[in-house]
Design a binder for this molecule. Structure first.
Ligand SMILES: Cc1cc2nc3c(=O)[nH]c(=O)nc-3n(C[C@H](O)[C@H](O)[C@H](O)COP(=O)(O)O)c2cc1C
Length: 352
């Protein structure tokens, strides 16, 4: 099967499977404040992450390109939405266009549609510094994501079987490119040990890509004759992974993603320690099933929901939202306790 056909399989199965809704955000609750002492108009969604200035913490995460005309159209529409909403946007892995220049246009359209927007390049951890530079140049990217997807590759019938050296290659890329490098998972979450290893080599932004939304083990299992079913439930739920990442020894900027579908999940992710929220499968489904206008309305709704929640807890900025007191219960509480992560600091903190 060609790379381009595989791209379309991924989109088809991601849409068919949908979001799993197992992100563990149900275990996180804001502690109600009857006297928030702010107005809706006081709330700003502006956010800075790794030197990138975002008008909202919500962005379109990496999905596609490299699958000919269909992926060109999807990227074009996402770029149009990103432009009108002032949102950042990542493209899907650009290795296909590095290997086959005929696919470049499916990515380049994103910069053409949105000449001054924040656009993020994407490659896998097999990439070398020269690949990273090519990917960045291709779309004049403001940052690059390097994705880690071991479980997806292991489940993929034709996937990689060699994973050694990834950390060393990422370190080289961090040293040799002059835009921020974001290391991301694709729906299996990151542990604090992983985040620690990445920060040790100079990575300052991670996208934890948590479990509970799009499930690439299930997607690849649909492409196998004998399923590796044990990987279907493999991974660290998004909420748990954000707590893990924000408790790594060294502080890094955290992007929360994986199964985000509502303002309350985004708000909880930010309160758990994320600085931004990436949405992939949910946005794709709305775009394909309902069209670009519906996606635009949904993004405005998400931004409005987030503003209302921030008002309710008395947070004027994302930084303040990160100090809002929250209660951690259920499985997530047990997980964090077993991992030596103090949960009381979240329930006993205050914004002011
Ligand atoms: C159709 C599709 C293709 C994807 N392709 C990529 C990719 O090329 N590179 C990447 O880093 N992540 C890719 N992802 C993963 C997403 O960026 C994200 O990490 C994952 O889907 C979990 O987020 P979600 O639950 O909001 O979809 C893809 C996701 C989808 C749905």
């Amino acid at each position: 099967m060609s790379r381009s056909e595989r791209k379309w399989d991924h989109i088809r199965f991601a849409l068919e499977n949908g979001q799993q809704r197992l992100t563990a955000f149900d275990d996180v609750q804001f502690i109600h404040q009857s006297l928030p002492n702010i107005d809706v108009s006081d709330v700003s969604l502006h956010q800075k992450i790794g030197g990138l200035s975002l008008s909202s913490p919500i962005f379109i995460n990496a999905m596609t390109g490299g699958g000919g005309e269909k992926t060109y159209r999807i990227n074009k529409q996402f770029a149009q939405i990103a432009k009108v909403c002032g949102m950042a946007m990542a493209v899907g892995s650009q290795m296909s266009a590095i290997k086959d220049t005929a696919e470049r246009y499916t990515y380049e359209i994103v910069r053409k549609e949105n000449p001054s927007g924040i656009i993020i390049a994407n490659l896998g951890s097999e990439a070398l510094p020269d690949h990273a530079k090519m990917a960045i140049d291709m779309i004049e990217a403001n940052a690059i994501q390097i994705h880690l997807n071991v479980i997806q590759e292991l489940t993929m019938p034709e996937g990689d079987r060699e994973f050694s050296g990834a950390l060393r290659r990422i370190e080289e890329i961090v040293r040799k490119v002059d835009v921020p490098v974001i290391v991301k998972e694709v729906g299996f979450g990151m542990s604090k040990e992983t985040v620690q290893k990445l920060s040790d080599i100079g990575v300052s932004i991670v996208d934890i890509g948590g479990y509970g939304g799009t499930n690439f083990a299930q997607i690849e299992n649909k492409r196998r004759s004998k399923s590796f079913t044990f990987f279907n439930e493999w991974g660290i739920p998004t909420a748990v992974s954000i707590f893990e990442a924000s408790n790594a020894e060294r502080e890094v900027s955290i992007i929360g993603s994986g199964g985000m579908m509502s303002g309350i999940e985004i708000a909880k992710g930010l309160a758990a320690g994320a600085n931004a929220a990436g949405l992939a499968g949910y946005f794709l489904k709305i775009l394909i099933d309902e069209g670009i206008d519906s996606l635009y309305e949904e993004i405005l709704l998400l931004q409005n929901e987030l503003t209302m929640i921030m008002t309710a807890v008395g947070a004027k900025s994302i930084n303040e939202l990160q100090k809002a007191p929250i209660m951690i219960t259920g499985q997530t509480f047990h997980w964090l306790s077993q991992r030596g992560i103090d949960t009381k600091k979240y329930s006993q903190r205050t914004i002011h």
